[in-house]
Design a protein around this ligand. Structure first.
Ligand code: DX5
Ligand code: ZN
Length: 221
């Protein structure tokens, strides 16, 4: 499965977002990761609806919207995603998970089920046929700049094996949180193929933006 990069825009330099977007396009970046936090499911606020609208008008790079909100099924109608965009909802946040996933597909979006580090893989069973991807959170969601929860590497490995052995080889695995150059390599080896790039890689303070993109590409080759 091809490795893809999804930069976490909450880590972007908002004073120079236009320039950064151009560089992401020039470097063939595959997705734009947009964190929506509601101050309830996670203890923080981040990006919102109007930002996504402007972003969609400014670029053709598909979105990877990460909804860290309670009851996503009640809020999906607000999100301006379209054909080919990924939308992830958290297992822990949804009361009507099947309905939420159906709503994403009904609008031409791609479904991704997000799992916190403490959530077991077994919860995916009933909705597997509805999934295009699974997001294995490799830190507890809410903040950039955290340290990897080490057990999540083996979780990715077990998930990839389970998917491949049960007829779901097409389901992608995204990892989000402390995807450093070093960790990205391990995540790739474990079977992830979509990498959320934040302060640990392309938005790291040392190294230029473009060099960091190249370095991350090399790590997940
Ligand atoms: C979480 C977000 C960010 C992202 C930041 O949902 O998408 O926290 O992981 O990357 P790092 O962890 O490298 O700062
Ligand atoms: Zn995220």
């Amino acid at each position: 499965m091809k490795s893809l990069i999804s930069p976490s825009l909450m880590c972007a330099d908002f004073l120079h977002l236009g320039d950064e977007l151009k560089k992401l396009e020039e470097n063939g970046i595959e997705y734009l990761h947009i964190d929506i936090m509601d101050g309830e499911f996670v203890p923080n606020y981040t990006l919102g609806i109007d930002f996504i609208k402007k972003l969609k008008a400014a670029t053709k790079i598909p979105l990877d919207v990460h909804m860290m909100v309670t009851r996503p099924e009640n809020k999906l109608d607000w999100i301006p995603f379209g054909e080919g965009d990924y939308v992830s909802v958290h297992y822990e946040a949804s009361v009507h998970l099947h309905r939420a996933l159906s709503m994403i597909h009904a609008r031409g979006g791609k479904t991704m089920l997000a799992l916190n580090p403490g959530t077991p893989l077994s919860v995916i069973e009933e909705v597997l046929p509805e999934l295009d991807a699974i997001l294995v959170m490799t830190v507890n969601p809410g903040f950039a700049g955290q340290k990897l929860v080490p057990s999540t590497l083996d979780k990715i490995r077990r998930l990839r094996k389970y998917l491949d052995e049960n007829g779901y080889g097409h389901v992608e695995i995204e990892c989000d949180g402390n995807v450093s150059f070093e960790n990205a390599k391990k995540m790739r080896e474990a079977g992830a193929n979509i990498f959320v790039a934040g302060t640990s890689s392309i938005y790291a303070k040392d190294g230029s933006f473009e060099d960091n993109i190249k370095k991350l590409r090399a790590a997940i080759r």
